[in-house]
Ligand binder design. Sequence first.
Ligand SMILES: NC(=O)c1ccc[n+]([C@@H]2O[C@H](COP(=O)([O-])OP(=O)(O)OC[C@H]3O[C@@H](n4cnc5c(N)ncnc54)[C@H](OP(=O)(O)O)[C@@H]3O)[C@@H](O)[C@H]2O)c1
Length: 281
Amino acid sequence: MNAAKKIASFLIVITLLVVVAFDIWGAVTLGTITPSPNPELRDDANQVVMVFGATGSVGDGLLKAAVEDPDVEKVYVVTRSSSPRIEAGVASGKVEMLLHEDFTDYSDLADVLGQVNTVLWGLGTTSLGMDDETYTWIHVDFPIAFINAWLAARTDAPMSFHTVTGMGTDLNGDQHWAREKGRAEQEAAMLAEGTGLRTFGYRSAFVRPTSEQANALHYSLEALLRPGDLVIPAKDLGGAMLEISARTSELDNGTLIDNADSIAFAQAYQQRQARKSAETE
Ligand SMILES: NC(=O)c1ccc[n+]([C@@H]2O[C@H](COP(=O)([O-])OP(=O)(O)OC[C@H]3O[C@@H](n4cnc5c(N)ncnc54)[C@H](OP(=O)(O)O)[C@@H]3O)[C@@H](O)[C@H]2O)c1
């Protein structure tokens, strides 16, 4: 074996050992919430859904989940550009695309916001190569401005806000991105306190893109991370969010959902949908 082959083999072994260590850590530590087997459910909790970040990898799956949910009657997509899934949803009549530029100002959506029950927030981006100020603007100022505008339009209908912050989010962390995502979770929950709105931060690990967007690398990574509950398909994450919305009294405002918790609620969602479709057959 020549030197280059030896180095490549060594790197592969080290990478696999790191993945195994992560899997063991994930399997042992993640999963703090068990969905109730007999939940109180409201069919109208997800009647009108609004999706942010729908052109992105995570948001595409959140939109797919909302479009395919039979209890969701209408989906508003707030976005600065379109995508094949948005276009298909608009053509089906279930989705309305609201082109938007300034994500710190929602005054032009005031009429629509009063109808919305559930917000699936997949808007966000990597901190790599981004200055701290811009990162804070996108990940704190955008969602907090939205929640303020939404609360100003609120009604007695169920309302829940679901945002994908990510594993490693930590209000007291060393990294700017981790602290700012933690601050967004905390400020959202504080604004919602006592209003009837519930906010949830999803500390997901790897969110595998939808089948339409995923490639062989995504599926390989999924296979490696699945033993540690470190992966969830984007559409399943949307299902978990819709399940938590429908269980209107199960989780308190501000609950943080780790990746294994998301998997558990996604399974509960799939079982409920399967029971419903069996009943209607
Ligand atoms: N992917 C994962 O495995 C994963 C795991 C854990 C957490 N997360 C978090 O989930 C969020 C989304 O990640 P992603 O992988 O889906 O990212 P992505 O594929 O890059 O998508 C980003 C989405 O956010 C929108 N966006 C970004 N900057 C914006 C801005 N300045 N104004 C308006 N819209 C903006 C994009 O809209 P345009 O198309 O208009 O740019 C797009 O819809 C991030 O916060 C990420 O940290 C992701």
